[in-house]
Design a protein around this ligand. Structure first.
Ligand SMILES: [Mg+2]
Length: 254
């Protein structure tokens, strides 16, 4: 039985990557650097999870410059500035939740399905997004595990394993929602069935291991009346979850 939904943040709750990219570029300009990340380059850099790691990857593989202790200090400063700029952009309302997300959250809360977040983004980014998009709903996510709070980021399973521990639930009673190959690998490594909604930067990712791949959650409720959208999405999500668990038990038994 489905007891909890565990959400990725960037690309899953909202298409935040374009805001992240703009915030990185603004932080570089503030620092007097002539670095400019266009969409194509950012798509490449997104293979690496975590903002500081992404800047380091850019220096290593695009600029091809050696890094030392000073470089790593600069990366930390740039990332701090980028995080502040990102929070300002989000607070200014430059983002909205993806289709069906709010309806699913409301339906889950009203039927006792618990909600959690397992993300590689840093905690201030999560807080900024939730404050801007969930005002008036209190704190629907009872567990939030962010990238800097565990030893290894996705595709390692750490964030998901920590979320399971804090929820006190086993992997099979939860469902992960992801938008990227790294996210699918992470949740699968933690043993959690995963449903994918493809993101702007992840349409051509390899989602092997996911129980289903959708354009967005709204596609699960196309024929539902407006007031029934949340329950239609939740019913469909539950059905996918049950099918996935039945399949894995079948494979295990025979
Ligand atoms: Mg994501």
């Amino acid at each position: 039985m489905l007891k909890a939904l565990i959400f990725d943040v960037d690309g899953t709750l909202a298409e935040t990557e374009e805001v992240h990219r703009a915030a990185f570029n603004a932080a570089f300009a503030d620092a007097g650097l002539e670095w400019q990340w266009d969409r194509e380059l950012y798509g490449y850099l997104l293979r690496v999870t975590g903002g500081k790691e992404r800047i380091a990857h850019y220096i290593d593989t695009v600029l091809r410059k050696p890094r030392n202790a000073d470089t790593n200090d600069m990366i930390a400063l740039l990332h701090r500035r980028k995080t502040a700029i990102y929070a300002d952009m989000i607070a200014a309302g430059q983002i909205e939740l993806r289709p069906g997300i709010m309806a699913l959250i409301d339906a889950a809360l009203s039927t006792g399905v618990r909600l959690a977040i397992a993300t590689t983004t840093s905690r201030p980014n999560v807080d900024a997004l939730l404050a801007a998009t969930l005002s008036g709903r209190g704190a629907p996510f009872e567990v939030i595990v962010a990238g800097d709070e565990v030893p290894a980021k996705k595709p390692a399973p750490d964030v998901y394993l920590e979320a399971l521990k804090l929820l006190g639930l086993d992997a099979r009673s939860c469902l992960a929602l992801e938008d990227s190959a790294n996210g699918v690998r992470s949740s699968c490594a933690a043993g959690i069935p995963v449903l994918v909604t493809k993101g702007m930067y992840t349409v051509s990712d390899n989602f092997d291991g996911a129980i289903t791949v959708l354009d967005d959650l709204g596609s699960l409720a196309e024929r539902a009346a407006p007031s029934e959208v949340g329950s239609a999405i939740l019913d469909s999500v539950r059905a996918h979850h049950e099918t996935a668990n039945a399949r894995s038990i079948h494979q295990f038994t025979f």
